[in-house]
Design a protein around this ligand. Sequence first.
Ligand code: SF4
Length: 231
Amino acid sequence: MTSNSKSAPSKKKRVSKPRTRLKSDDILEMFVKLADDRPNPETELEYNSPFTLVVAVALSAQATDVGVNKATRVLFAIADTPKAMLDLGEEGVAERIKTIGLWRNKAKNVIALSKMIIDDFGGEVPQTREELVKLPGVGRKTANVVLNEVFGQPTIAVDTHIFRVSNRTGLAPGKNPDQVEDLLERVVPESFKKGAHHWLILHGRYICLARKPKCEKCVIYDLCKFKEKTA
Ligand code: SF4
């Protein structure tokens, strides 16, 4: 049996990377306007140390910041260090966070991450993403928030608000949070990278609402590419 040794040249599918729909001047103008609007953006989660921020962010999955703050005010008054959290125990933590979604699992994670911080990191919250994501209940998003908020790194944690604003405006369209994060890292001007995370979250939370964006109050209305933006 003969066979044709020459196989057809394989057609490599080029996967095109998502690209911003805005010109770089417009991106710069967008951040100037967002920064003017909120000169001192801060996280709305309450914390008093890197450890309490890790716990607060880990608790905030599928919960509002207001709900998390209500629970952590009680929890952190009793335990705001990994050692105190271990002493309180899983049941003790669970008791204080019952008002938050997924509380059973979150209580388990808070105890496990406290133990790991003591056993593997000398009692201090690690300062690299690679180490942070090793902590139980800490994903890339939580790690990015912690790196940005307490260690001053220009990371951008893509949550539901940033994902929506980035897609609607055309700043960083993407099918998933990783794509959006990757593109934001490439297009956000250096001087705005540290605050970008807050400006985009707060814009999504208070102006570019999921169901009914308040376009009439939007400071970046002229730059936004959202087809359905309302006049
Ligand atoms: S114009 Fe409307 S859709 Fe666009 S960013 Fe502003 S609020 Fe969101």
